[in-house]
Design a protein around this ligand. Structure first.
Ligand code: NAD
Length: 458
């Protein structure tokens, strides 16, 4: 059998299974979530190991951002699912009385989840939790660039779930393209903006709704009214976590001229505190995913390198790097950096900064460090981004109570917790009417009835 036939078989078998209604049962969904939780816990060490193999991901980072985030998301779904699935009563307009109305969430059917390589476990599993909780079947296609994690996900899923319910299809872009030829009921994609456009075009052919969790350049504005040491520590942490390969990492810093020198010193101190004199020896510092990314990133290290700038292609190592005096025209400002390089642009007038941000694609995240409430309000009002975190970074995605997603070029739709349930559900409006009181005013012939109707409707 060719791989083409095999791939098209997967969603069609899932569709048949979905039609049996098995996945709609609430107890079934709960049992599946419990099974997933159990096997993730059983595989904790294996998960940590594959993330080490793919990204040299430090134990602490692997545990918090990949293992624990999945468990917490399952726990949250288990705690809330019985509420989420309830039909909600809806008010009805007077002119259709007597009647009752409700909004019922129903699963969409068969979902396709396509994941990236930077958080290769959690970014496949967290959407899957949403798909399960809302009663769907799912096909998961992890990234080929994190092959150890992809293999482990495939193993965990195939051992514990029947393929007609949840299936992992491993492979590269060609496999992804073959999957996209099939009809799905939701495509949940996490990856680059460029690929997002390809996904959406493919989905359009089947009129399949998409959730696109994309990337982009997330600005970090640093005003003078701050606790400088804390601000520097939080920014350095967010930038160099997972060696900068985080979609919501602060991509670049826009800093008020007066405090730039002091800020740079504070950042340098943080890097030393975090990773020691030589980060290459630190067990807490990740590596670049592959040679292709390494070459791309290494080329961006140019100009006024204030901190770091060391690279080692054999080890896929790029030291925590800070580049000063960057201009908006520099190469590093033309693409998402997705690496441990922090460009610094100084500013005098916040209005210029806002203008520059607004001229660019809407970012996934926007960060502002300032205690000034007026400035906080101004930035919130005058810019648009997927999310905002004030006086910290990345925290806007921590936890299942906070919906996460982009806007414009940084994405379509959102997920986490209830937002995931909504993403994989259709909210069906149901109106139920009794047979009595069948007003003839609504039916033809209409002559003479319009005035009466106008009076009724007010
Ligand atoms: P990518 O777009 O290259 O690949 C993502 C997935 O799409 C992979 O599984 C890949 O096999 C598949 N793919 C790639 N090209 C394809 C094509 N032409 N047709 C069909 N499928 C294709 O992204 P990446 O390099 O894995 O991830 C990095 C990007 O993802 C960054 O831009 C980052 O900001 C973004 N990202 C966003 C989020 C978020 O939650 N918004 C999270 C992580 C990463």
């Amino acid at each position: 059998m060719s791989s083409q036939i095999l791939i098209s078989d997967v969603p069609s078998k899932q569709r048949q299974y979905f039609r049996t209604g098995a996945t709609k049962n609430i107890d079934f969904r709960i049992t599946q979530l419990q099974t997933l939780k159990k096997v993730v816990i059983e595989n904790e060490n294996a998960i940590i190991e594959v993330l080490k193999a793919d990204l040299n991901k430090p134990l602490f980072e692997a545990y918090t951002s990949e293992f624990s985030s999945v468990i917490q998301e399952i726990n949250y779904a288990l705690k809330n699912i019985k509420n989420w699935v309830k039909a909600k009563k809806a008010a009805i307009p007077i002119f259709i009385l007597p009647a009752s109305a409700q909004i019922i969430p129903e699963p969409l059917g068969v979902a396709l989840i396509i994941g990236p390589w930077n958080y290769p476990f959690t970014l496949n599993l967290v959407p899957l939790i949403g798909a399960i909780a809302s009663g769907n079947c799912a096909v998961v296609k992890p990234s080929e660039f994190a092959p150890h994690t992809s293999n482990l996900i495939a193993e965990i899923i195939s051992k514990n779930f029947p393929p007609e319910y949840i299936s992992v299809v491993e492979g590269d872009v060609e496999v992804s393209k073959q999957l996209l030829q099939e009809k799905f009921d939701r495509i949940f994609f996490t990856g680059s903006t460029a690929t997002g456009k390809i996904i959406m075009a493919a989905a359009a052919k089947h009129l399949t709704p998409v959730t696109l969790e994309l990337g982009g350049k997330s600005p970090c504005i640093v005003d003078t009214d701050i606790d400088l040491e804390v601000a520097a520590r939080r920014i350095a942490w967010g930038k160099f976590y997972n060696a900068g390969q985080t979609c919501i990492a602060p991509d670049y810093v826009l800093i008020k001229r007066d405090i730039k020198a002091e800020f740079l010193q504070a950042i340098e101190k943080c890097i030393q505190e975090f990773y020691g004199e030589n980060p290459t020896n630190s067990p807490d510092y990740a590596r670049i995913i592959n040679q292709k990314q390494f070459s791309r990133v290494a080329n961006l290290i140019q100009g006024d390198i204030r901190i770091g700038g060391e690279t080692n292609a054999d080890e896929l190592y790029i030291s925590p790097t800070v580049i000063d005096n960057v201009s908006w025209e520099d190469a590093i400002m033309q693409e998402e950096i997705f690496a441990p390089i922090l460009p610094i642009i100084e500013y005098e007038d916040i209005n210029d900064v806002i203008d520059k941000i607004n001229l660019r694609p809407k970012p996934l995240a926007l960060y502002l460090f300032s205690k000034n409430k007026k400035l906080q309000k101004k930035i919130l009002c005058e810019t648009s981004s997927g999310g905002v975190c004030i006086n910290d970074v990345i925290k806007q995605v921590s936890g299942s109570t906070l919906a996460f997603g982009g806007v414009g070029d940084s994405g379509i739709g959102s997920y986490h917790g209830k937002a995931s349930f909504d993403t994989f559900s259709h909210y069906k409006t149901v109106v139920n009417r009794p047979f009595f009181l069948d007003l003839k005013v609504l039916y033809a012939p209409y002559e003479g009835k319009l005035d009466l109707l106008k009076k009724l409707l007010g």
